[in-house]
Design a protein around this ligand. Structure first.
Ligand code: SIN
Ligand code: MN
Length: 206
């Protein structure tokens, strides 16, 4: 794992190629085991339409959304079981950015060919002093980030397989999303597509 000083890409800290190809393969294998016990699902948006992204999680918490709104849950919506532990490799990436406490949520987003994610803030966590750390796997995703107001100007850049990125400080509450993916560019996922892991601290650290 590459733990160099992150570079700043459009004001955001990114470690390009944080995970080697072998590590990306190992993490993908971990995610496959996670998906077996915690099958990916499509959360409903506030207006009752399923999101184009399928999600699952590792760690204590998973983000969830339905007509009642969004929140973190501690058991899988279909199986009723707790989520499996966060893979070690993902924890190591988090620790490159944050050492005060480990994350208690690793959200896994799966983008198929036409999936995207609209601009939103990550603001359901207890302490915004902790970052959100993201790891990208598979096809490139066009990441868009603005400021703390929905109408703030935005800029965008590509996240590639193995890249790690952190939303911290003035970016912690910035609106962000994924415009589109370059489907089929990466050979990592057999059927194409992009996986994104976001590591977060949902509950207050002791
Ligand atoms: C997210 O904001 O939850 C995911 C962003 C990404 O897929 O890179
Ligand atoms: Mn987000």
């Amino acid at each position: 794992m590459k733990q160099d000083d992150p570079e700043t890409v459009h004001g955001v800290s990114v470690i390009r190629g944080a995970l080697t190809t072998e590590e990306q393969g190992a993490l993908l294998a971990d995610l496959r085991s996670i998906a077996k016990v915690a099958p990916p699902f499509s959360p409903m948006t506030g207006w009752g339409k399923p999101m184009s992204v399928r999600i699952t999680a590792a760690g204590r918490f998973c983000w969830f959304s339905d007509r009642k709104g969004y929140r973190y849950i501690e058991t899988h919506p279909d199986t009723g079981q707790p989520f499996p532990p966060i893979p070690d490799l993902a924890l190591r990436v988090w620790r490159a950015f944050e050492t005060r406490a480990d994350p208690d949520c690793c959200l896994v987003n799966h983008y198929r060919e036409s999936a995207r994610m609209g601009l939103h803030q990550d603001r359901d966590e207890a302490d915004f002093g902790f970052p959100v750390v993201s790891i990208s796997l598979g096809d490139p995703g066009l990441f868009r980030i603005g400021g703390t107001e929905r109408k703030s100007p935005t800029r965008s850049f590509w996240l590639h397989s193995g890249d790690a990125m952190v939303l911290a400080g003035e970016n912690r509450l910035a609106f962000h999303g994924i415009d589109r993916i370059k489907f089929g560019e990466s050979a990592l996922l057999a059927g194409g597509g992009r996986l994104n892991l976001t590591l977060r601290r949902v509950a207050k650290a002791d």
